[in-house]
Design a protein around this ligand. Structure first.
Ligand code: GSH
Length: 221
């Protein structure tokens, strides 16, 4: 039975392809293209009721939510690969959940703020800007705290989030927000975070996943 990744372009499912390449597992990709509004196409709704990517199917298992997918694949097929060493277990647990639970919501909020500003009717712009200036101030100061925390963590942990010599689930989860920031707002990322993104992008398994997944807007720094 082959694992199938329901892969939306420019999305979090890229990290699932990367993990599968690191684990050396056979898999198939079913590709979906974002609509003009950058949403997932309705066909994804047939796979999962939320219609989001990533989703994988593995025999009779259909699983969404990238954190769950990463933990499932490492637990079921990793043979020890992708697992943190004893000393890094708590960091691994924290960053595996922090990426989608705390960091991504701020990133998404700042993307929404930008979209509302740029898509609001011209005559309403002064009012919209007044409101969104305040929202942006909140988002930016929050983001700064997060990026400072990540930066000082990487200064201690070294190459990967759990302090290992190889990536663990925390890295598969943290890579997406950091590479998205590296591509869209490199000026707010610290040097350790930038090096981290470069380190991940230099991995042969990452390059192979890119080749198979197709164009990906966040693979640059
Ligand atoms: N927390 C979920 C987020 C899933 C998600 O929002 N995926 C985005 C792609 S990065 C998506 O499908 N967006 C298209 C849409 O919302 O229509 C996960 O980590 O899998």
């Amino acid at each position: 039975m082959t694992i199938v990744v329901h892969h939306l372009n420019d999305s979090r499912s890229q990290r699932v392809l990367w993990l599968l390449e690191e684990l050396g597992l056979p898999y198939e990709i079913k590709k979906y293209q974002r609509t003009k509004q950058r949403l997932a196409p309705p066909e994804l709704l047939a796979i999962n009721p939320l219609g989001k990517s990533p989703v994988i199917t593995d025999g009779d298992v259909t699983l969404a939510e990238s954190g769950a997918i990463v933990e499932y694949l490492i637990g079921r097929y990793g043979n020890g690969k992708g697992q943190p060493n004893e000393a890094g277990k708590v960091d691994n647990l924290y960053f595996t959940h922090y990426a989608e639970g705390s960091l991504m919501p701020i990133l998404v909020q700042s993307i929404i703020n930008k979209a509302v500003r740029s898509q609001s009717p011209f005559l309403l712009r002064p009012i919209v800007n007044l409101i969104f200036n305040q929202l942006d101030t909140m988002v930016n100061s929050n983001m700064k705290k997060h990026l400072d925390m990540i930066e000082s963590h990487l200064a201690k942990s070294g190459n990967f989030f759990a302090g290992d010599t190889e990536p663990t689930s925390a890295d598969y989860l943290m890579a997406f927000p950091l590479e998205a920031l590296a591509a869209s707002a490199p000026e707010i990322l610290g040097p350790k975070s930038k090096e981290y993104v470069q380190r991940i992008h230099a991995r042969p398994a990452y390059a192979k996943a890119l080749e198979r997944g197709g164009e990906y807007a966040y693979a640059k720094l």
